[in-house]
Write a protein that binds this ligand. Structure first.
Ligand SMILES: Cc1cc2nc3c(=O)[nH]c(=O)nc-3n(C[C@H](O)[C@H](O)[C@H](O)COP(=O)(O)OP(=O)(O)OC[C@H]3O[C@@H](n4cnc5c(N)ncnc54)[C@H](O)[C@@H]3O)c2cc1C
Length: 329
C-alpha cells in the first residue's frame, strides 16, 4: 500500500497532472523570498482537490494552500510537504438568484431590487471580482481594488481597506476540510477578526482554538446595486490614495496590524526607523509599515528587520506590534 512521501510524486501526477519538486517559493509570493517547496502543484477543479486532500491525509503529508502569496513570508527552509494553488477552475464570478452556493439549497435570502448575490471561486483575483461587479452595476467591492490577492486569501485574512473588510460582503463559503469533506458555512458560523477569521487563523491568534482547517473553494457575496458612475469614482479615489501613500516593489503589503487608535506605520516612523535596512530588506520611506525587497533580500533579512522594528517600537511607545503577514517557517 502507498504511504509517506516515497511514490507521492507519481500519485499526484496521476491525480492532478502537474507536480514540481523543490520549487522556489520566491516565485509564488509577491515579496519574492523563501526556500523551496518539496512539492508544488496547481489543482484545476474541486473533485481533483478532494481526492488530493484525501491522499494527503492517508499519507500524513502536510500541505499549505496559497492564493496569490501576497500576505505570506516563507522561511529559507524547504517546506516538507505540498504547496497547493487553485487553478483556472476556481476563478469565476457567477450571478445567483439566492444566497445559496450552486447546486445547494440553503433556504435563505433571495435577491431583490436593491441587492444581488454573486458566487465567486476562491482562486478569483480580487481585481477580476471588482471589475465584474462594476460591469454588473454592483457596489461594495471597491475597497479591494489594488489588493493583489485572491478571494480565498481575502476571506481567510479578512482583507480590508478604507473602513471596509471582506466579511462585510460575505454571505456563505464552501470549504473542503482536511478530511476531504466539502462543507458549507454561513457567515454566522465563521468568526471574523482583524485580518483573520476562524478559517485557518495563525497559531498565535485568539481564534486559533476555534479554527476550521481547510481550503476555501467558493463564496457567495451580497452586493448592493449601484450606478457605475459612483463605483468608478470610488475606485479612482481609493487608487489615488494608494498611489500617493504606498510604495511599489516586492512586498507583502502592511507588515504589522494597526494597534487600537494609532497606525503601525506611524509608530515605526516615530521610532525613527523609516528607510532602515537589514541586508536586502528595507522599510519604505513612503509608508513605514511596508517592508520591501531590493531584489537581494533573504528571509533572514526580513525576519531580523521585523524583530528590530518590534524592539524599537516597543522601546519608544510601549506597544508590541503584531505581524499581519503570515510567516511560514
Ligand atoms: C502591495 C500590497 C498591498 C496590499 N494591500 C492590502 C490591503 O489594503 N488590505 C489588506 O487586507 N491586505 C493587503 N495586502 C495583503 C494581501 O494582499 C491580502 O491579505 C490578500 O487578501 C491575501 O490574498 P492572497 O490570495 O495573496 O493570499 P495568500 O497570501 O496566498 O495567503 C494568505 C493566507 O490565506 C490562506 N489562503 C489563501 N487562499 C486560501 C484558500 N483558498 N483557502 C484557505 N486558505 C487560503 C493562506 O494559506 C495564508 O494563510 C496587500 C499586499 C500587497 C503586496
Amino acid at each position: 500500500m502507498a504511504s509517506g512521501i516515497g511514490d507521492f510524486r507519481t500519485t499526484i501526477e496521476r491525480l492532478v497532472g502537474m507536480v514540481k519538486e523543490f520549487f522556489p517559493l520566491a516565485k509564488l509570493t509577491t515579496v519574492k523570498v523563501g526556500g523551496k517547496a518539496r512539492f508544488f502543484t496547481e489543482v484545476g477543479d474541486e473533485e481533483t482537490l478532494k481526492n488530493l486532500i484525501k491522499e494527503l491525509k492517508k499519507r500524513e503529508i502536510e500541505y499549505f494552500i496559497l492564493g496569490n502569496g501576497s500576505n505570506v513570508l516563507f522561511s529559507e527552509n524547504t517546506f516538507p510537504g505540498l504547496i497547493i494553488k487553485l487553478g483556472k477552475g476556481f476563478s469565476y464570478v457567477r450571478g445567483g438568484e439566492t444566497n445559496c452556493l450552486a447546486g445547494t439549497l440553503c433556504g435563505a435570502g433571495t435577491k431583490s431590487k436593491s441587492f444581488d448575490y454573486l458566487e465567486v471561486g476562491a482562486g478569483t483575483p480580487l481585481g477580476t471580482l471588482v471589475r465584474e461587479c462594476f460591469d454588473r452595476e454592483l457596489t461594495g467591492t471597491e475597497f479591494l481594488w489594488g489588493i493583489p490577492g485572491t478571494v480565498g486569501g481575502a476571506i481567510v485574512t479578512n482583507a480590508g481597506a478604507f473602513g471596509s473588510s471582506f466579511s462585510d460582503i460575505l454571505e456563505r463559503v464552501r470549504i473542503i476540510t482536511d478530511d476531504g469533506a466539502v462543507k458549507e458555512l454561513s457567515k454566522k458560523e465563521i468568526q471574523f477578526g482583524y485580518r483573520e477569521c476562524t478559517i485557518n487563523p495563525p497559531s498565535h491568534s485568539p481564534l486559533y482554538q476555534k479554527r476550521i482547517s481547510g481550503i476555501v473553494l467558493a463564496a457567495v457575496l451580497r452586493l448592493e446595486r449601484g450606478a457605475k458612475r459612483l463605483t468608478e469614482k470610488k475606485i479612482a479615489k481609493f487608487l489615488r490614495y494608494r498611489k500617493k501613500t504606498q510604495p511599489t516593489g516586492p512586498s507583502f503589503g502592511c507588515c504589522f496590524k494597526n494597534p487600537p487608535g494609532i497606525s503601525a506605520g506611524k509608530l515605526i516612523d516615530l521610532a525613527g526607523l523609516k528607510g532602515r535596512r537589514v541586508g536586502g530588506a528595507y522599510i519604505s520611506k513612503k509608508h513605514a509599515n511596508f517592508l520591501l525587497n531590493d531584489g537581494s533580500a533573504r528571509f533572514t533579512d526580513f525576519y531580523q528587520l521585523i524583530e528590530l522594528i518590534k524592539f524599537y517600537v516597543e522601546k519608544r511607545s510601549g506597544i508590541l506590534l503584531e505581524e499581519e503577514v503570515r510567516i511560514v517557517y
